[in-house]
Ligand binder design. Structure first.
Ligand SMILES: C[S@@+](CC[C@H](N)C(=O)[O-])C[C@H]1O[C@@H](n2cnc3c(N)ncnc32)[C@H](O)[C@@H]1O
Length: 241
């Protein structure tokens, strides 16, 4: 199957139905967001947060409610996801605390000005390994010393027997969310076609190479894993420079 661009994967109809489609597995996301909130609890009261691949705004909304003086920058290449995001932020009266940028990480100035960078379920769509490595480096570079990167992605060893077993549960999850039997049957092939699924050790390697010495995996729900990594408080130079 031909590889789809992310802007096709997250086109108008995908964006408008995104929240509804995943509402049945909302508990997974809620768990992830609860833990993120606890991990970031010690940030300054006026913290500035970058959300890479902000999607429809979930990355921002819970944190903004919990930490009323934090401000957010969300960047996303899908104009349709951003449109839904903007609408939701408006509904939550959060727009004045947020800047939304249509584009990629490169469109955010390469300065260490964020207390935290969130990149949730995004990097797996960057299939080229060199580009993924650059993306982790770019996120690390935009963190203040002492700041925290939180990344989640679909990560597993697709050649392992455990993966073969869990693939069946992954299909069942898609059935549960309302996918047809045929579509659910194709989800593993879709991962192979459209997503870069790499083992946790590889992701942790990218994080270390980006200058974040101690990636901590704090979350796993089936194939979705998440890490937090703190930038050394003494890191006053850009990673790798
Ligand atoms: C699965 S959604 C996740 C959205 C949100 N982070 C969440 O957890 O609900 C992936 C998002 O990443 C965006 N995206 C894909 N590739 C990207 C890239 N290279 N840089 C930034 N965002 C990207 C997509 O447009 C989409 O909005």
């Amino acid at each position: 199957m031909a590889e789809k661009k992310v802007t096709e994967l997250f086109g108008k109809s995908a964006a408008e139905t995104y929240d509804e489609r995943f509402s049945k597995t909302r508990a997974i996301k809620d768990n992830l967001h609860l833990l993120i909130r606890l991990i970031l609890d010690g940030l300054p009261s006026q913290a500035s947060i970058l959300c890479v691949g902000v999607g429809t705004g979930d990355d921002i909304i819970g944190l903004a409610d919990a930490f009323p003086a934090w401000t957010f920058t969300g960047v996303d290449p899908s104009v349709h996801m951003l449109e839904v995001c903007r609408k939701r932020l408006q509904e939550h009266s959060l727009l004045s605390r947020c800047e939304l940028v249509h584009g990629y990480l490169d469109d955010i100035p390469e300065e260490p000005r964020f207390d935290a960078v969130l990149c949730l379920l995004v990097t797996q769509f960057v299939k080229d390994a060199a580009a993924r490595r650059e993306m982790f480096k770019g996120m690390s570079e935009r963190l203040k010393p002492g700041g925290c990167l939180i990344n989640s992605e679909i990560s597993d060893d697709m050649d392992s027997p455990e993966f073969q077993d869990m693939a069946e549960v992954w299909k069942a999850m898609h059935r549960f969310t309302g996918a047809s039997a045929q579509k659910a049957q194709g989800v593993i092939q879709a991962l192979r076609d459209h997503v870069a699924v790499e083992p946790p050790s590889v992701i942790e390697g990218y994080l270390r190479e980006s200058g974040l010495a101690l990636p901590v995996q704090f979350f796993q729900s089936l194939l979705i894993r998440a890490w937090y990594s703190r930038k050394s408080p003494g890191a006053d130079t850009l990673a790798g420079k």
